[in-house]
Design a binder for this molecule. Structure first.
Ligand code: UDP
Ligand code: MG
Length: 244
């Protein structure tokens, strides 16, 4: 079953009813021309609008689409992890549901991935967010890079492709989605960045306040720094096999 699909798209959804159909159509247009078997897994993170009903319709219309729905809102990291567990392909692509990410970037990212990386991340060169968010994100990226000794331009971009087994093995916590490149590198992933398109949110409202996100991100950064400092890896030299 695991390898029936080549790519699993994992998309967290929290109150995105007016974005979902257009998103699915865009995914369809971007991926259908490729010779690729893919599935789209929407994770309804306890939406209180009509998102779940729309997802039911979409999964009936599009054979590639399916959904799981949380009892209650559990946050974007939890939704991503549920999607990673559900994925049936050896690689997963993540993206937001509000059409800020552009599925048309996926083919080039898949090509880059095929060059031998276990993670390809999007870099939103031209952010289409309000100024406060753009500045907050610049500051967050630079502090994060300094403390985690990284040079990732844009960890916050949800458009990513990752090795499914590796991403399943990373430590799970609320907010971990903001540190995926660092956490994937700790799993031994080669990480590559590429410029991607970014658009204004299509419909609905952002689910994050700038200050809340900065406080949560700062706190999590301390945890990730600690994880990095205590990280170990090992290579097995020999294994004593028993004939059974
Ligand atoms: N999201 C989610 N659960 C949450 C908050 C957000 O699944 O508790 C989803 C949301 O529906 C969207 C993505 O995460 O698909 C990013 O959220 P948003 O667009 O609000 O973030 P922003 O782009 O404003 O940073
Ligand atoms: Mg958004």
């Amino acid at each position: 079953m695991q390898n029936q699909y080549e790519l699993s798209l994992v998309i967290p959804v929290f109150n995105e009813q007016d974005n979902l159909l257009k998103l699915m159509q865009e995914i369809d247009s971007a991926l259908k021309p490729l010779d690729l078997s893919y599935e789209v897994i929407f994770i309804d993170d306890g939406s209180t609008d009509a998102s779940l009903a729309v997802l039911k319709d979409i999964s009936e219309t599009f054979t590639e689409a399916r959904y799981i729905s949380f009892e209650e809102n559990r946050g974007q990291s939890a939704a991503f992890c549920a999607g990673f567990d559900e994925a049936r392909a050896p690689k997963v692509a993540t993206m937001d549901a509000d059409l800020q990410n552009d599925p048309a970037d996926l083919p080039a990212m898949l090509k880059l991935y095929a060059e031998g990386h276990q993670m390809v991340i999007g870099w939103r060169m031209k952010r289409r967010d309000v100024w406060i968010k753009r500045i907050a994100s610049k500051i967050a990226n630079s502090i994060r890079n300094r403390l985690t000794r990284e040079s990732v331009k844009d960890t916050g971009c949800s458009l990513k492709i990752m090795d499914t087994e590796m991403v399943r093995a990373i430590p799970r916590f609320n907010g971990m989605h903001r540190f995926l490149p660092t956490l994937m590198k700790m799993q031994g992933a080669s990480v590559s960045e590429t410029k991607v398109n970014h658009r204004p949110r299509h419909q609905g409202v952002s689910k994050y306040g700038t200050l809340d996100r900065a406080i949560a991100g700062g706190y999590d950064l301390l945890g990730v720094r600690w994880l990095q400092s205590r990280h170990f890896s090992y290579k097995i030299k020999e294994r004593g096999e028993k004939n059974s």
